[in-house]
Design a protein around this ligand. Structure first.
Ligand code: NI
Length: 177
């Protein structure tokens, strides 16, 4: 198992739509193990393959103390959604930012496991919220897209500013050598 490097906004890979998994082989099993390992190390609740630079429809969710335990979802689809609520979210790919997002707090999901076996499950609470957040990643969406336009604008401006600062430092470093 290995700890995966997590891409951060505004990396363009985070904006790609991931492709469906068709081969359930040792390569997929290794990716799932690595996602779980990385999740454990980073202390997140969920992680998707595209965040690790692999545009495949694979994600893991592990909410401590929840009855489901660590769960991998391959090619997940939502069958039903209910009970929308405002939830505070953050993302390993958007460090330092937290915002309120509307999510269904009850849902039914259909997905495949690491062996390709189809399953359906009713989820509620944090596990359901987390699954929707990770499913957004599979479609190239980030939770910040679901914030108000004003907050999105502020995040964009702050990111551009820090990129400019980085580039400026880089130029200074080059001049210094
Ligand atoms: Ni995320």
């Amino acid at each position: 198992m290995a700890r995966l490097n997590i891409l951060e906004y505004p990396d363009p890979v985070l904006r790609q739509v991931s492709s469906r998994v068709t081969r359930f082989d040792s390569d997929l099993a290794a990716l799932i193990d690595d996602l779980f390992e990385t999740l454990k190390v980073t202390g997140g609740l969920g992680l998707s393959a595209p965040q690790a630079g692999q545009s495949r429809r694979v994600l893991v969710v592990h909410v401590p103390d929840d009855a489901h335990g660590p769960q991998a979802y391959v090619n997940p689809e939502l069958l039903t959604r209910a009970a929308p609520g405002l939830v505070e979210e953050g993302c390993l790919s958007v460090p330092g930012i937290i915002g309120n997002v509307v999510r269904a707090t009850q849902l039914r999901v259909r997905a495949q496991d690491r062996d390709g076996q189809l399953f359906e499950r009713d989820l509620s609470g944090m596990h359901a919220v987390c699954l929707q957040h990770e499913m957004d990643h599979l479609d190239g969406k980030l939770f910040i897209d679901r914030l108000s336009w004003f907050r999105r604008w502020r995040i964009k401006a702050a990111t551009a500013r820090s990129l400019r600062t980085e580039q400026m430092r880089e130029r200074q470093r080059l001049r210094g050598t």
